[in-house]
Ligand binder design. Structure first.
Ligand code: GUN
Length: 299
């Protein structure tokens, strides 16, 4: 049976580090990190995520501001709000919760955020810094940054000689995750829905990262014995065994069978999930410290 990574415990450690850095920053400069979270419309899942981001920001000692806009908000209104937040000296991080309603152009909104305040790491400047290996100058997308922390805790900072396979090529996760693994000297394959013989490609991975959004797609015979398996999926499936109409959360990895083959594995829930919010807090204190000309801690 593989070692199961406790994402809640690792995330709590990051949050402690963030709170300490935030306290020290305020004591030294009088500046409190400020995080603004913007949500448009009434998608219930997004509201749950945004509430927990705002709550955690307060727990870290930040100034936390939430802007809840109606579903019919126009592109111009949303970009005007981003402009105001860009100019607000008390706001160091801006997060616009995705997905936005269909009539809005998400990319234009993201690119209107000042790169130094883009705590989601989605602005092309931040994505470009990551791609060019400038890991200390920009802000890195929170979920891959969190997944990478697990990889570092398991394998150390240098992944020389290890094969890593990332399934998924999104801008939010797959591409930045592949770039982080590459920057750590892993030999990286970014696999996706058009990859030929996906199970065979995965069997080559010392580090296998799944972010496809298909419940329990990765099976035991896809996993190299002794591999590290990081599951980024969060899928809700029917669970009739829990009673009529009940559901449960599962990842992209068939956990029980893969845990028999892997040497380290993350669970769902309680693996990568808690890390996303923790790394958002880390990015916010990082942005606030840089704004004061200070060097942030490494998380
Ligand atoms: N929606 C789901 N995940 C994320 C995320 O990491 N950032 C933003 N802005 N929206 C999301």
């Amino acid at each position: 049976m593989a070692k199961v990574i406790d994402g809640k415990a690792v995330a709590a450690g990051v949050v402690d580090q963030v709170s300490a850095a935030s306290k020290a920053l305020e004591a030294e400069t009088g500046v409190r990190p400020g995080l603004a979270v913007v949500i448009v419309g009434d998608d219930p899942a997004s509201h749950v995520y945004v509430s927990s981001k705002s709550r955690m920001a307060k727990q870290c000692g930040f100034k936390s501001v939430q802007h809840t806009l109606p579903a019919h908000t126009t592109q111009a209104e949303l970009e005007a709000l981003v402009d105001t937040l860009n100019a607000d000296r008390e706001i160091h991080g801006i997060l616009v919760q995705l997905p936005l309603p269909d009539h809005l152009d998400s990319d234009a909104v993201i690119q209107s955020i000042l790169p130094g305040k883009d705590v989601d790491g989605l602005h092309v400047v931040n994505a470009g810094k990551l791609m060019t290996g400038d890991l200390d100058g920009g802000l890195i997308s929170c979920t891959p940054a969190g997944a990478m922390l697990f990889v570092r805790q398991t394998h150390g900072a240098d992944l020389s000689g290890l094969n890593a396979v990332v399934i998924g090529r999104s801008n939010l996760f797959g591409k930045p995750m592949s770039a982080l693994l590459l920057a750590a000297n892993a030999t990286v394959t970014t696999a996706h829905s058009r990859t030929r013989d996906l199970p065979g490609v995965c069997r080559n991975a010392d580090i296998l990262v799944a972010a496809v959004g298909r419940p329990q797609m990765v099976r035991a015979d896809w996993v190299k014995p002794g591999a590290t398996v990081i599951d980024v999926g969060i899928n809700r499936i029917d669970a009739p065994e829990r009673g009529e109409g009940k559901t449960r959360l599962v990842g992209d990895v068939a956990f029980d069978e893969c845990a028999e083959v892997a040497s380290t594995i993350t669970p769902v829930p309680g693996g990568v999930g808690p890390m996303t919010i923790a790394m958002l807090m880390a990015n916010t204190v990082t942005a606030a410290m840089r704004a004061q000309g200070l060097k942030p801690p490494s998380f």
